[in-house]
Design a protein around this ligand. Structure first.
Ligand code: IVH
Length: 714
């Protein structure tokens, strides 16, 4: 494969060019579309260079191969390249205690220190994100640049300004002419899970791990997308600095903390290797409980004077090393593939594994996402693992992606048992037997998820919908949760099969049959508590009532919008029944004109309410409840009541979410985009296209200060 191009036959050249072109296309997709690069930039560049060197001698063979010709494929997001004032180095790795001893010994030897001279070493958790260099001039943030290849990175200033942890102004702490703060941009596990939940809810593919997601979020062209992704930043170093505020690593970290940066609270300095190793074991043990991913502990010589003397090799400093954690991977056997049915009818395949410990956690199930994932390709048919499709009986490599969610990394083909058959994904719902179909969306793309078409007639959907109904976001019935749903769902005497059944439990309990208090696990007191809790939840706000129905695409914020607009259950039900039978589209038109309500929501509501079983079930439920009218702002409440407001640019006196909440509390509607319906644009510094569009449409535009004046005038 690595012949000199000049020694190749045209056929060989063609074969290799086609291969490289395919690989480049695949890596481009992994990088740009999935935020999941498998190779680093240098390897990618080498691939492109190899292509170019063959194509130069065999131009005909390169004819028609597109991927490799797209210029600067990795820089296509259009970020400006910036040369680092001081290179961003990488770290050498240590894996064993011996390696760490070797590092400290090497430092001493290099500096020719006596055996009894202590060398103070700082141990910092190694954040698993991506490094960033943020330049301050006279105390003001001027530029943020990614590591790139260490010499040249990408200017992502606009995006980094949206990270709350990154102060824009550190003049209170320092007005040094130049201070480049370096550290890690990362996403917390909690934010990563929340993002994936939201993606799942809107039927989009989930992200692989927090690190790649953070990387992808930073490369967004629209800074508001980055800001919405909730990234964090932790400082651990510096680049160009006009004058050092301290001459130790620990002193510098303290200075950075005073200037308003997060620094890692688990940072400790030691004079003794034994303590360093003990610390590593300790951090390794609590690693899973930290709110962010780490992949080791970095050791740095504390004295900057010694750091300077130690200097660096071509790419790594001699004064630091990364002590990695044990690789979190394990081999096990795929015992079975089970297909479960969720609340929305999605058929989700789950791998049942021979239980195995990966990084201290026993893994026995992992999600397999969808049928293509099992087949080993992504939605575009691009292979996602070397071993190909997964079959029952396969030996698989399990890893904990982002050290949290276990997944199957690959399989060991050599160990495949003879006769193992490709997995056939069911075309029928395994629970109710209805057809399971893959919907095609408007743009003609087939959904990767197959869904049971049985609706509420499918008991799997029924039980999952009920669990959701009683969950925190919905009815939140104290003491009546998933367990109780499972118990009563299959109960013969007091079955709970639909939401209304929960509220008829008390009446039915007093009728014939075995009352709850006589059952195992219950007594008179727990019976009373349960039934009282149910009664208490009969008073419910309209938005929660709508959420609880568990209609696809109709989550908390959509339900709030609907509740606020329609005001009462009666008018909401009136509207949805019109939408469901709407032939002219006027009711649907009114609904989709509401902020953040699109065709997916309207279509989903129409689908739900055109099914008479659903309509009846909702009526039975409503009969048991007192659904409160939504609070609707009255016309006289404030100077902005009834206006549709858009906020853009950066706001100094309030956060984006805060601005939105404030406007809404004053009776305004807040929208994310300018349209003919917008009444008012509040524009902070850096406002771009929205400001222009508002000008074009003649929409009134005010500053943040003017906004405050106006609302306080009311
Ligand atoms: S120091 C010259 N400190 O690890 C030293 N790096 O493998 C360069 N990292 O690119 C970095 N936590 O993205 C340092 N406490 C820490 C770190 C850390 C995470 C990352 C950083 C760097 C990579 C090197």
């Amino acid at each position: 494969m690595h012949d000199e191009p000049s020694a190749m036959s045209p056929a060989q050249a063609k074969a290799e060019l086609v291969h490289i072109d395919g690989e480049i296309a695949r890596h481009n997709r992994l990088y740009h579309d999935y935020d999941a690069p498998e190779i680093d930039d240098a390897t990618f560049d080498a691939m492109r260079r190899r292509f170019a060197s063959i194509a130069e001698l065999f131009p005909d063979a390169a004819e028609g191969l597109k991927a490799s010709k797209s210029v600067g494929a990795r820089g296509t997001r259009g970020f400006e390249e910036v040369r680092h004032a001081r290179p961003m180095l990488s770290l050498a790795n240590a894996f064993t205690d011996e390696d760490v001893n070797g590092f400290v010994h090497g430092v001493r030897k290099f500096l020719a220190l006596a055996v009894d001279t202590p060398v103070r070493i700082v141990a910092e958790p190694k954040m698993d994100g991506l490094s960033m260099s943020i330049r301050y001039e006279s105390g003001l943030l001027v530029r943020a640049v990614t590591r790139g290849n260490g010499e040249v990175g990408e200017d992502v200033t606009a995006n980094v300004r949206g990270i709350d942890d990154v102060p824009q102004d550190i003049r209170a702490a320092t007005t040094l002419p130049v201070l480049e703060v370096r550290g890690e941009v990362y996403m917390t596990k909690a934010n990563f899970f929340a993002l994936n939940e939201a993606l799942t809810a809107s039927g989009k593919p989930v992200k692989a791990n927090p690190r790649n997601t953070a990387a992808g979020s930073l490369r967004q062209r629209d800074p508001s997308v980055t800001a919405n992704r909730k990234l964090n930043f932790m400082a651990y170093g510096w680049g160009e600095v006009s004058e050092f505020p301290s001459r130790t690593q620990t002193g510098m970290l303290e200075f950075l903390a005073k200037a308003g940066f997060k620094t890692n609270p688990l940072t400790v300095a030691f004079d003794d290797v034994a303590l360093i190793l003990e610390n590593h074991r300790g951090i390794s043990a609590i690693r899973a409980t930290l709110p962010y991913d780490i992949d080791g502990v970095v050791y740095k010589v504390d004295s900057l004077e010694l750091q300077d003397r130690l200097g660096a090799l071509s790419n790594t400093p001699r004064w630091a090393v990364a002590h990695k954690f044990d690789a979190e991977e394990a081999l096990t056997v795929l015992r079975d593939i089970e297909v479960q049915v969720g609340r929305t009818g999605a058929l989700s395949p789950v791998a049942r594994l021979e239980p195995v410990t990966v990084g201290g956690v026993v893994v026995s199930n992992v999600t397999l996402h969808n049928e293509e994932y099992i087949a080993g390709v992504d939605p575009d048919g691009i292979p996602i693992r070397a071993g190909g499709d997964l079959r029952v009986g396969d030996t698989v490599i399990v890893c904990r992606a982002g050290d949290v969610i276990p997944k199957i990394k690959d399989l060991v083909l050599d160990r495949r048992p003879a006769g193992a058959k490709p997995f056939v994904f069911p075309g029928k719902c395994p629970v109710c037997g209805s057809d399971a179909v893959r919907e095609t969306n408007k743009s003609g793309k087939v959904d990767s998820v197959r869904r049971c078409s049985g609706g509420i007639t499918c008991s799997a959907q029924g039980i999952e919908k009920l669990k959701y109904f009683v969950s925190r976001d919905a009815f939140d019935i104290d003491g009546f949760g998933e367990k109780q749903i499972e118990y009563f769902f299959s109960d013969v005497e007091l079955p709970v099969r639909e939401p209304a059944d929960i509220f008829t439990l008390r009446a039915r309990n007093d009728g014939s049959g075995r009352p709850i208090r006589t059952r195992e696990g219950f007594g008179a007191a727990s019976e009373a508590k349960l039934l009282d809790a149910i009664d208490e939840s009969r008073d419910i706000k309209l938005d929660r009532f709508i959420v609880a129905l568990g209609i696809r695409h109709v989550g908390q914020s959509t339900s709030k919008t609907l509740a606020r607009h329609y005001g009462s259950l009666t008018s909401f039900l009136h509207a949805v029944s019109e939408v469901a039978t709407d032939t002219k589209g006027t009711a649907a038109g009114e609904m989709s004109a509401l902020p953040d309500i699109g065709e997916a929501v309207v279509g989903s509501l129409a689908g739900f309410f055109s099914n008479l079983r659903n309509v009846d079930a909702v009526a039975r439920l409503a009969a048991e409840l007192r659904v409160g009218d939504a609070e609707r702002p009255t016309a006289t409440q404030s100077p902005v009541t009834g206006l549709t407001v858009v906020f853009t640019g950066s706001l100094a006196r309030m956060g984006r979410d805060e601005a939105k909440a404030m406007a809404e509390s004053l009776g305004a509607k807040v929208s994310g985009s300018i349209s003919a319906k917008t009444d008012l644009l509040v524009a902070g510094p850096g406002a771009g296209s929205k400001l222009n569009k508002a000008k074009d449409l003649g929409i009134e535009t005010i500053t943040e200060d003017e906004w405050f004046e106006r609302v306080s005038a009311g």
